[in-house]
Design a binder for this molecule. Sequence first.
Ligand code: SF4
Length: 196
Amino acid sequence: MRLLLHTCCGPCTLYPLERLRAKGFEVTGHFFNPNVHPFREYERRVEAMETVADRLGLPVLWAPEGYDLHRWFEAVGPETDPGRRCPACYRLRLSAAAAAAKAHGFPAFSTTLLYSRYQRHAEIRAAGEAAAREAGVAFHYEDFREGWAAGIEAARALGIYRQPYCGCLFSEGERYAARAERLRRRLAAPAAGRAA
Ligand code: SF4
């Protein structure tokens, strides 16, 4: 069975791809991630994905929108609370994957977001199933999280870039919140000899 796999990044693709291929799926990747900011970060993740595609012989449909920063902020960005922001982000990306599956004749699609231990797994599944209903294709649900360690090991072996935060600028701020607070305190503290 042909399956379109929404790929959030190269490292997260490795384990789901191996597992799906072992089950006999003929997998094509789909890269649409306007949630990744800023551009240099987006570019690094695209390059990691290109390496995965090249080394593992994975055909990829690259979303024609490219780095669609505005679309993400219009659809998701107003929400700063991750409890609402992340589900909206999943809906945006998985709706695009479902529409691409329909347009390119894939009977089903899935997503590498189901591999992450740090994402809202149940909400990814709900977003995928809703997008599938809207587009008229099937959503292939699978819990890929058990392959977390194997996927990290495979990414290290390939030498590809592994990102330190989820993608959006809000998630970068959350990742480095403690460091930013330490910086703020250091700059706020009276220091002998510092210029005003
Ligand atoms: S934290 Fe990740 S999933 Fe949540 S909105 Fe940001 S990029 Fe999307």
